[in-house]
Design a protein around this ligand. Structure first.
Ligand code: UN1
Length: 497
């Protein structure tokens, strides 16, 4: 089934209208090097226009009962389900991930739609006893207003749903800047919202670069929340600016995730977990496994088994379902990975497999990098500390469980971690002591489900979470409400008998 987008140039979606923008740039298929579509390069004026319209729309939207707001999300989920194959194929074309994974990502968005539509009948606050007689006390969630979401190219639809769906069900209006590499998912999702009957102005898509559109959003006084997933440097800059403006900001900025393999682990299972979480999506997940912390007693055996399984990986265009690993997003991504191969070699890690770009035959047209395995890395090497965002793993041998935990925690990031062991005591100690927002036992580092909080500690974020019910905390203000029905003045903390 071949799919086409049906347009050569995308338009912004502002106040329910499709708005043409003069400047644009090409979106390339990373598997083939072919141009897919032109994406607008908007500017601050487009952001200002969108915010003005969104402000008006939000006032009305906030007054629509939440269960009715949720019905639109339910309809969005239904349309996404109907269009799953189309969306998945377009996703593979713009992002490169293999079709099976693209289907998984679209499913993640569908799950989020159904989950958040349920929130329309919850959005729970608390009622609680008041300390005075004939007085009622409760807390409830209120929308923040106009919120800004800035989403990355590596999960262009799932991450957008993690942010926009809770924002919308909670009664906010959204200004969304998708990554310029992967705009088709934003275009398709905006069309789906339009068809599902979302009132105009509640969701607005402004295409363009971070330095133009993203910057204008971060500086706009009337955007009261920024929810960002992307690089650590950009996230820090956003947080600094939002801090000056006292703007709420939620950040998710990657990881240096490890799989720990203990001496009692099921090694074959561990290898499957490592291969899937390290080389799936060509390692371009925030949650990707990029370190394997292995007990020295099983190191050689594990190396051998990983090398053996790596031979089964088929690297190529993700639309060909015989391939299991797709391309790297762009030339800059390739250059970054190549630079880390040199860094690893210079630091004295031993390269066991891969380490090179693939340029033979069809590979020559796209951006392909061979799955790569370093061993005998030490915890402080740059390849064991910094995010590479490619199909590269470094094995770090350790002598004990305690050392494994210490090495896992000894990086600036804290997104995901995993341990393979059969020892129940180690399982419970590990889930307590691994300093990451997500912990897996006997599974790799990827595979977060949408009804749990997604995010991490330390340099991964700033204490907020995407998805799960926790995402509502980013897009709502807590309001405490007291109703005194005593008919007289009752002073808290004073008139308590
Ligand atoms: C990301 O890489 O930013 O847990 C998101 C996972 C996916 C989401 C990844 N469900 O790997």
């Amino acid at each position: 089934m071949a799919v086409t987008l049906g347009t050569d140039k995308l338009k912004n979606f502002i106040n329910g209208e499709w708005v043409d923008v003069e400047n644009s740039t090409a979106v390339m298929n990373p598997a083939t090097g072919e141009e897919i579509v032109q994406v607008p390069l908007s500017g601050a004026a487009d952001v200002n226009d969108a915010v003005e319209k969104a402000k008006k729309a939000q006032k009305e939207w906030a007054l629509v009962p939440a269960p009715q707001r949720a019905e639109i999300l339910l309809e969005v989920g239904n349309i996404m389900k109907e269009r799953k194959e189309r969306l998945s194929r377009l996703l593979t074309m713009e992002n490169g991930k293999v079709l099976e994974e693209a289907r998984g990502e679209v499913q993640e968005g569908i799950d989020m739609a159904f989950y958040m539509s349920g929130e329309g009948r919850r959005l729970f606050g608390h009622t609680t006893p008041a300390e005075l007689k004939d007085k009622f006390a409760m807390s409830q969630r209120a929308p923040v207003g106009v919120v800004g979401i800035i989403t990355p190219w590596n999960f262009p639809i799932a991450i957008a749903t993690w942010k926009s769906f809770p924002a919308i069900v909670a009664g906010n209006a959204v200004i969304w800047k998708p990554a310029t590499e992967t705009p088709m998912m934003a275009y398709e999702l905006a069309k789906i919202f339009e068809e599902a009957g979302l009132p105009k102005g509640v969701l607005n898509v402004v295409f363009g670069s971070g330095s133009q559109v993203g910057d204008a959003m971060v500086h706009h006084d009337d955007i009261r929340v920024i929810s960002f997933t992307g690089s650590n440097d950009t996230g820090r800059n956003i947080a600094a600016e939002c801090g000056r403006q006292l703007k709420k900001v939620s950040l998710e900025m990657g990881g240096k995730n490890a799989v720990i393999v203990m001496d009692d682990a099921d090694l074959d299972l561990a290898v499957e977990g490592i291969i899937w979480s390290a080389f799936g999506t060509s390692g371009q997940r925030c949650t990707a496994c990029s370190r394997v912390i292995v007990h020295e007693d099983v190191k050689e055996q594990l190396e051998g088994k990983i090398l053996e399984k790596m031979k089964d990986l088929a690297i190529g265009d993700g639309l060909d379902e015989s391939n299991t690993v797709g391309p790297i997003i762009n030339e800059a991504g390739m250059e970054k990975i190549k630079s880390y191969i040199e860094i690893g070699k210079n630091e004295g890690a031993k390269l066991l497999a891969g380490g090179n770009a693939l340029t033979d035959g069809e590979h020559g047209k796209g951006n392909y990098f061979a799955p790569t395995l370093f061993t005998d890395a030490t915890a402080n090497m740059r390849i064991a500390q910094e995010e590479i965002f490619g199909p590269v793993i470094s094995l770090i041998p350790v002598k004990s469980f305690e050392e494994a935990i210490e090495v896992n925690n000894g990086v600036i990031y804290g997104l995901s971690s995993s341990i393979f062991t059969k020892d129940v005591n180690r399982v419970f100690k590990a889930q307590r002591d691994l300093d990451t927002g997500i912990v897996y036992v006997n599974a790799g580092t990827t595979g977060a489900e949408i009804h749990l909080p997604f995010g991490g500690t330390k340099g991964t974020g700033n204490g907020h979470r995407d998805s799960g019910v926790q995402a509502l905390d980013v897009f709502t203000e807590w309001k405490a409400v007291y109703v005194d029905y005593s008919g007289k003045l009752q002073r808290a903390q004073i008139d308590v008998e």
